[in-house]
Write a protein that binds this ligand. Structure first.
Ligand SMILES: [Zn+2]
Length: 340
């Protein structure tokens, strides 16, 4: 206690406008000790929430959200709402595909990222009225509603666009829809122009299919897609053609290429991550061939195997994980490492 008394005395004696004596004595050693203390606090905080930023992430694949499902890929509005409510209950927070592949996973400590992806740009995902209001029961309306009722659940998702353009024919209406997505922080991805199976197609055709829709999205909304989802999940004979290419004056460069099935994705910070072939999970209940490999089954599995799941430490600038996992850290993220 006498030390505290001395400090107070020093402050009083030094008078107004002068540096208190105690501060003037700050040295390099103090700064180093402070940094060490801050690092120890970070490590302790990461350990406390069992952060595992080398764990697996579910990337969910949705198609249409319609009242009368025509295929097993469709969800009804109430099914889609329950899908989201389950994610809330399980502690997931959405990030976009672009954020995911570039390692910008900015969610609170103890939470798990989930990537919501929507294929084929159908009007059931987004339709705007003449005042620019989102039509009820579309995927975006439901996502925004669930997010509003559950603070912290980010209303973000990635929309993989084809020439179908949410059912809009005129360029102005297409521009309105894509620009609305951009203005509301939704991510626009490439899903090729005509939704052809790219397997076995010549290079020129692959690049035309990808480059021409990239050109459209660019001219309509000023957006350059960061990721692509391949139709039917089929890769071209040379995988790199999906990631990088050129059509007329348009070049495209994707940081991630998404497939169609059947497992959660490795973390983008893990050596197991393959940017040219990122798996997604179909949004479906445990029925038929979905008994094991679709969203309900995988979310159950991740819940009962928490050591396999990505858990955030709440700091977007670090990659936190138990030291034991060190050999799995991707070399490019070495400087981000927070191993506890
Ligand atoms: Zn598709």
């Amino acid at each position: 206690m006498s030390g505290v008394g001395l400090v107070a005395a020093a402050v009083i004696l030094s008078g107004c406008g002068e540096e208190p004596v105690i501060q003037a004595k700050s040295t390099k050693a103090d700064t180093a000790a402070k940094a060490q203390k801050a690092q120890a606090a970070k490590l302790a905080a990461a350990a406390k929430v069992k952060a595992n930023e080398l764990g697996q992430v579910p990337v969910l694949m949705f198609h249409r959200v319609i009242e009368k499902p025509a295929t097993t890929d469709d969800r009804t509005p109430s099914q889609f709402r329950s899908d989201l409510e389950r994610l809330v209950r399980d502690g997931y927070v959405p990030v976009t595909a672009a954020e995911f592949v570039t390692g910008k996973i900015d969610i609170p400590a103890g939470k798990h990222p989930v990537v919501l992806t929507f294929d084929d740009s159908s009007p059931s995902q987004l339709t705007l009225d003449e005042m620019g209001q989102v039509k009820p029961d579309t995927a975006i309306a439901i996502l925004q509603d669930v997010a509003a009722k559950n603070p912290g659940f980010r209303p973000v998702a990635t929309f993989y666009v084809t020439r179908d353009m949410f059912g809009k024919i005129g360029r102005e209406e297409q521009a309105q829809t894509l620009q609305w997505l951009k203005a509301n922080n939704f991510d626009i991805g490439n899903h090729t122009r005509d939704h052809l199976n790219l397997r076995g197609r010549p290079r020129e055709q692959v690049m035309e299919q990808i480059g021409s829709i990239a050109q459209e999205v660019g001219s309509l909304a000023g957006v350059k897609p960061v990721t692509i989802a391949l139709p039917y999940g089929n890769q071209p004979s040379t995988k790199e053609w999906a990631a990088r290419g050129k059509f007329h004056d348009t070049t495209y460069k994707h940081s991630g290429v998404f497939l169609a099935g059947y497992t959660p994705s490795p973390s983008p910070f893990s050596k197991s991550f393959e940017p040219l072939g990122i798996p997604r999970i179909r949004a479906m209940d445990k029925k038929g061939d979905c008994a094991q490999f679709c969203s309900t089954a995988w979310l159950d599995w991740l819940k009962s195997n928490p050591d396999m799941r990505y858990t955030s430490d709440g700091d977007v600038s670090t990659v936190a994980y138990p030291k034991f996992k060190d050999p799995f850290l991707r070399t490019s993220y070495k400087t981000w490492s927070l191993a506890y």
